[in-house]
Each structure stands twice: as C-alpha cells, then as structure tokens.
Design a protein around this ligand. Structure first.
Ligand code: ZN
Length: 201
C-alpha cells in the first residue's frame, strides 16, 4: 500500500498530503489538504470497492491541539482552515472486478479535486465550509471530467514507470464519461456508427 500512497503524493499538488495514518497529517499553512487513505478488507454497501467518503471537511488549525506542526503553522500563519478528505479502497475487491487499484485511486482523487474546487468557490479556506452536494450536480459531469483529465495528465508527467500501464484505461474511462455527457446534451442526436456516408457517394 505504501507504493500506492507514494504514487498519490507524486501525482497530486504539493499542498495535498495523502496518508494511511491521520497521526501523520501535515500542516503547511493555508490551503493544506490532508487525505486519509483507508484500506479496507471488505466491500462497502454491496460491491463498492473504491469511494470518496463524504465531502471535504474544514477545521481551524487551532483545533489540532496535540500536533506540534499544527501549532507551528498557527504561529506562522495565524488561524486558518485545514481541509480533510477520505478515500476508501478495498484492493482485493478491485482485483476481483479486474480493476486496478492505481486507476481506481486516480478516479477517487478526481472526486476530491471537484470538492476542492467547490470549496474554493465558497471561500472555504477562509471561513470554513460544509458542502451539501446538490442532487443536480452530476457525479461524473463536466467538473469531474476536468479534474479527471488534469489528474491523468499528472499521472503521465509525475506518476513514474509503474503507473504507465493505467494511462490507456484512464483515458478510455474519461472518454466514456465525455461521450455520455455529449449524449446528455444532445439527447436527440444519433450517436451510433452508421453507413450513412455511403448514401452520399
Ligand atoms: Zn466516481
């Protein structure tokens, strides 16, 4: 699992910190996001093997009382909010369905990126924030596709050799979402392949 967590830290922005141990959260000033990566030994809610748990939470840095790094950050930057997210993964479940733990994690990190954009828009790092996801927001809609694309590019750039094998399946997955989106936008348009062009020759 350590390799997978190292991979997450390579492909995410510098002020994101992924760890399997909440005691190892970092405090690097305003904008810090700690992601707790929980490794499961069972499926969740039926057959779910990878998920982003709940929405992003924001806590004043002064609340992390037992952590000396948090105290230093408080002294240096004054009071500010620190974000927390959670990703859950059941690696054997992933394998059972022929999915790849690395690819599944990139997908869940993209959901975290969407949460972060929503939070930034709401100025959550300044005043705290609780996201109430709207039913209208598509799970794998435009924002998700943008985040997913950004992370795929980062996998390509920073992911190292061990992640090269997931790039094709990630791009394929992204194209499926984009295809569904365009079908949603043009519900009356035929999207199948056809021999139509032959009629015109
Ligand atoms: Zn998803």
């Amino acid at each position: 699992m350590k390799n997978l967590i190292d991979f997450c830290n390579k492909i995410t922005p510098a002020n994101w910190h992924v760890t399997a141990h909440p005691q190892k959260y970092v405090f690097t000033g305003p904008g810090t996001l700690n992601i707790f990566f929980r490794v499961l030994d069972h499926f969740v809610d039926g057959w779910i093997y990878a998920l982003k748990k709940d929405s992003m939470k924001f806590y004043p840095v002064s609340q992390y009382k037992d952590c000396s790094e948090a105290k230093r950050s408080l002294e240096k930057y004054g009071e500010h909010f620190v974000a927390e997210s959670e990703i859950w993964l059941f690696p054997q479940g992933c394998e059972f369905f022929g999915d790849d733990s690395y690819a599944a994690t990139v997908h869940e990190l993209s959901h975290v990126a969407v949460d972060r954009w929503v939070a930034f828009k709401a100025k959550a790092y300044k005043k705290g924030f609780e996201d109430r996801p709207s039913k209208k927001r598509l799970l794998h809609g435009e924002q998700f596709c943008r985040a997913f694309q950004m992370l795929i590019q980062r996998v390509e750039k920073f992911g190292g050799n061990e992640s090269k094998h997931i790039l094709n399946s990630l791009r394929f997955e992204l194209n499926c979402y984009l295809h569904d989106l365009s079908a949603l936008r043009n519900p009356n348009e035929w999207v199948g392949r056809s021999m139509q062009h032959q009629d015109w020759i």
